[in-house]
Design a protein around this ligand. Sequence first.
Ligand SMILES: Nc1ncnc2c1ncn2[C@@H]1O[C@H](COP(=O)(O)OP(=O)(O)OP(=O)(O)O)[C@@H](O)[C@H]1O
Length: 237
Amino acid sequence: MLTLHDVTYAYRLGQRDIPILSGCSWTFEAGSFTAICAPSGSGKSTLLNILGLLDRPTRGTYLLNGQDTSQLGDRAQSALRARTLGFLFQNFRLVPDLSVQANVALALEIAGWPARDRAARACDLLEQVGLAERLQHFPPELSGGEAQRVALARALAPRPQVLLADEPTGNLDPANRERILALLSAFHADGGTLVMVTHDAAAARAASHQVTLQGGQVQPLAQAPVAAPVAVGEALV
Ligand SMILES: Nc1ncnc2c1ncn2[C@@H]1O[C@H](COP(=O)(O)OP(=O)(O)OP(=O)(O)O)[C@@H](O)[C@H]1O
């Protein structure tokens, strides 16, 4: 369970503070699947960075599985992140001079998987995202959609309790988009907690909860997406 309590976050620009989150309180229940649908610049990535222990709130508390993360030093936060969280970044952040398979294996190493299991597990996940033919390729040789699928394989491989996904279907064609949504739904069905930033209405409908960011706070989405079919790539906000 991820709980934000009265969280404020501001970027420092010169002498000025730019407030992004402001008195934000919200609980993402264990096993829930939440879609965050909000306009560009509203603070979605900032929120994911806090949930992912990549940034600390300026004020307020963030509890991860009941533990107050503000009490943890940087090393303890990194260890907790490696044990608990998977992160699919908007710009993927693959290591350019490691092969696709080695990128996924590296995530397994960081999460403490034994060396003998890493290559097979990486292979399995890359097959599931449709990249069995690309194991020995390097990130600069991949299309945007392929890099995105490697990033998802890397995030899911260590079997995290929580997956934080920033626009996971953004660069994909319809077939791959369906494949990725099926993988995300399977992660949720297996009990995983999923927080997904998306502008894609159909992806948002796969979630159990839809929220937005307004005035620096998480709010329930006023008009939950209806169950009617939506064209692939239709924008929600
Ligand atoms: N390092 C930074 N320094 C100063 N301002 C920043 C920094 N990073 C982000 N911002 C600003 O904070 C605001 C929120 O950014 P954030 O990336 O969280 O928004 P977002 O909702 O994820 O946007 P998008 O949908 O376009 O990715 C934006 O106005 C952005 O310009």
